[in-house]
Ligand binder design. Sequence first.
Ligand code: ZN
Length: 142
Amino acid sequence: MENDAGFQSALEEARKGAAEGGVPIGACLVSADGKILGSGHNMRIQNGSATIHAEISALENAGRLPASAYKGATMYTTLSPCDMCTGACILYKVKRVVLGENNTFVGGEAYLKQRGIEVVIVKSAECEALMKKFIKDHPEDW
Ligand SMILES: [Zn+2]
């Protein structure tokens, strides 16, 4: 899973977010046939946004798609998804959520599973290191 193009894209987005001084979380939506539909990173600080989390950013960058496009799709994200992003994954009926780590934050994983969505935890050391550095450097923003 860690070598999947979708995960690598999500990680690249998280690095971009870190380089911009933002919350270093990235996400990537991949279709059932393995095509990257959209990637993005958290823009909360960059845009002064209350809602542009990484998963929402990936969904936004994928654009408006027919419901069939999400069927069998995987949402890759570098961090356990919050309640809002968990809701978005459920709303668009993705099949699977692959997350980088859940040591710095645990989101709606139990709810995803309860709604029949497969949850895979990569346990990525880099994802965790990015978050730990951000939390240490910007405790007021986390
Ligand atoms: Zn979120």
